[in-house]
Design a protein around this ligand. Structure first.
Ligand SMILES: C[S@@+](CC[C@H](N)C(=O)[O-])C[C@H]1O[C@@H](n2cnc3c(N)ncnc32)[C@H](O)[C@@H]1O
Length: 169
């Protein structure tokens, strides 16, 4: 009986969190690991880079950026369940010195120290982010988006779903 109630509650929390984040930017749909690697390779992520993943989901991009590419990575996530999951993941993997996860809305976070920004959101959310990028990101910052475009930014390359943009000086 308690197991059924617990499962139903968990399901309810999951449905609420997905529909809530959908309205704030995008629902949770993970990028495939193949595309994560494509995005990070295309942006030439390295040990000197600070990478931000906007809506970091289950943490796959920030963890890969730190473990495979040696970057310092910051994930921003609005969903409490996925935020807690990411905190546990980086602790278990011993990445707390290189990876940080912020609980909150990426529209309210300062991105000005980013060298690379990654995202997998929606077209309407990308459109709203463009103005923030132009205001906060310095020239030369690389922006890599899965699937959705940034029409006002300079597109440099595309490989499958991964699209690389450069912020102009
Ligand atoms: C399509 S998923 C991508 C997850 C991950 N970046 C990946 O590529 O696998 C979008 C994520 O953004 C989060 N999200 C949506 N709007 C947000 C906002 N305004 N601030 C922070 N996170 C947000 C969602 O909770 C979800 O985990």
């Amino acid at each position: 009986m308690w197991f059924v109630i617990f499962t139903l509650l968990l399901f309810l929390v999951f449905v609420i969190s997905v529909s809530w984040t959908d309205r704030r930017g995008a629902p949770w749909v993970p990028t495939t690991m193949n595309t994560v690697r494509k995005m990070l390779t295309m942006a030439e992520v390295g040990p000197d880079d600070v990478l931000y993943d906007l809506g970091c989901g289950d943490g796959r991009t920030i963890v890969t950026a730190a473990r495979r590419y040696g970057a310092r990575a910051v994930g921003i996530e609005l969903d409490p369940l996925r935020y807690i999951w990411c905190q546990m993941l980086i602790t278990v993997l011993g990445l707390r010195d290189r990876v940080q996860v912020i609980f909150g809305d990426f529209f309210n976070q300062d991105l000005s120290d980013a060298d690379v920004v990654t995202c997998y959101l929606l077209q309407s959310t990308n459109n709203k982010l463009e103005e923030k990028f132009q205001r906060e990101l310095t020239g030369g910052t690389r922006v890599v988006s899965n699937t959705f475009t940034f029409p006002g930014l300079q597109r440099v390359r595309q490989d499958g779903d991964a699209r690389l943009y450069l912020i102009r000086d």
